[in-house]
Design a binder for this molecule. Structure first.
Ligand code: SF4
Length: 376
């Protein structure tokens, strides 16, 4: 566990203007609750101000944080600084929808201290955007990325989705090519998953379309890795690529190595020592809880050493740097190398992992099946 690391702060903005057809996250399209949500958020910050002193990452996610005006975001950052200390090199990220972005809005985000921009592009193919029910158009996607550079952002990440029904590998590679042409510092490439309660999930269950089989998904994954590595990106986590090591997401790293983090807002998760807690998902329940003077925590769990170890294995094998075997032994009281010697050497022979300089790392092929690797 990395309890000596500075904690990260996550703020969840649970609002979207409309729901994307594939989205299973909790978010409300009723924006009238936004002002009272923000008031509740400030109260939640105050409650935690005595428990967390300093952060070195802030991640404003959602939902769609770019629905907030720059004044609302500025007030949020002032609130954070009034209640907590931010280190001088704090990474401050915001997730955005291309439809909300223009140069002057982006300039104001930079002025208030946001230094890392994540843009939910998803595709540079208008048909795919339409199929996914995205609110933005291809033209807006392109102008959002261009505006981010003109506004002076030097740490820009693009989110993309692949293995969309009807999408060929060539059309996906075309999206990747267009993304690379903007030279973003970070790229997240997620495989589309169809959840049964979503409009796309229902259409799939009604037999309206099929989804690519496992062989195709594997091909999408391997091609993505190869094309982006050839373009100079580091494939540092199953779904994440960085132009240089300094462009990896410092905030997300905290989730992967059991560093502490505080999550504020509905559905936000927090982790400290061996305890994880999460807030009510519903905006109303969250606001009512805070206004009643209570923390809006729905549940807290205390993880056993074995649960922590399994999580560390799961997250570690999803990253290129893998697991440092001695640290794993120190933190989780388990000699992975000695206990799993047989299976590890079999995975090595199959070309799925490598063990070098005391690190157990997935190979590129191993990253493609990372979730099953962690079942060793
Ligand atoms: S913008 Fe993001 S959170 Fe909102 S509906 Fe779409 S995928 Fe879900």
């Amino acid at each position: 566990m990395n309890s000596e690391q500075a904690p990260g702060l996550y703020i969840h903005i649970p609002f979207c203007q409309s729901k994307c057809f594939y989205c299973d996250f909790y978010s409300s399209t009723s924006l009238s609750a936004l002002p009272s949500f923000l008031e509740a958020l400030f109260k939640e910050m105050e409650i935690y101000s005595s428990q967390f002193s300093s952060f070195d990452t802030v991640y404003i996610g959602g939902g769609t944080p770019s629905l907030l005006s720059h004044q609302q975001l500025e007030r949020m950052l002032v609130g954070i600084k009034e209640n907590f200390h931010l280190t001088s090199n704090t990474e401050i990220t915001i997730e955005t929808n291309p439809a909300d972005l223009n140069r002057s809005y982006l300039e104001s985000l930079r002025e208030i201290g946001i230094n890392r921009l994540n843009i939910g592009i998803q595709s540079f193919d208008q048909d795919v955007l339409r199929f996914l029910g995205r609110r933005h158009s291809l033209t807006q996607a392109i102008s959002a990325v261009e505006a981010s550079r003109k506004a002076g952002f030097r740490n820009v990440g693009l989110d993309l989705i692949y293995a969309v029904p009807g999408q060929t590998i060539d059309s996906w590679l075309d999206t990747l090519k267009q993304a690379v042409a903007f030279a973003p510092e970070h790229l997240s490439c997620y495989q589309l998953t169809l959840e049964s309660k979503t409009p796309l999930g229902k259409r799939y269950e009604a037999g309206e379309f099929s989804i690519p089989g496992e062989d195709w998904q594997y091909e999408f994954f391997m091609k993505t890795s190869q094309v982006l590595e050839d373009a100079g990106y580091i494939h540092y986590e199953v779904s994440n690529f960085a132009r240089e090591t300094r462009h990896t997401s410092r905030h997300n790293q905290k989730y992967w190595d059991h560093s502490p983090y505080l999550g504020l807002g509905p559905a936000a998760h927090s982790f400290q020592e061996n305890r994880r807690s999460w807030n009510y998902r519903s905006v109303d329940q969250y606001i009512t809880g805070i206004n009643g003077g209570n923390l809006p925590i729905e549940e807290t769990e205390t993880l056993t050493m074995e649960q922590l170890r399994l999580e560390a294995l799961y997250f570690g094998l999803r990253t290129k740097k893998g697991i440092h075997l001695q640290d794993f032994k120190n933190f989780y009281d388990y000699d992975l190398f000695a206990e799993k010697r047989m299976i590890l050497s079999k995975l090595q022979e199959e070309g799925l992992i490598s063990i070098q300089n005391g690190h157990l790392c997935p190979t590129p092929t191993g990253l493609a099946v990372a979730d099953s690797l962690s079942l060793i």
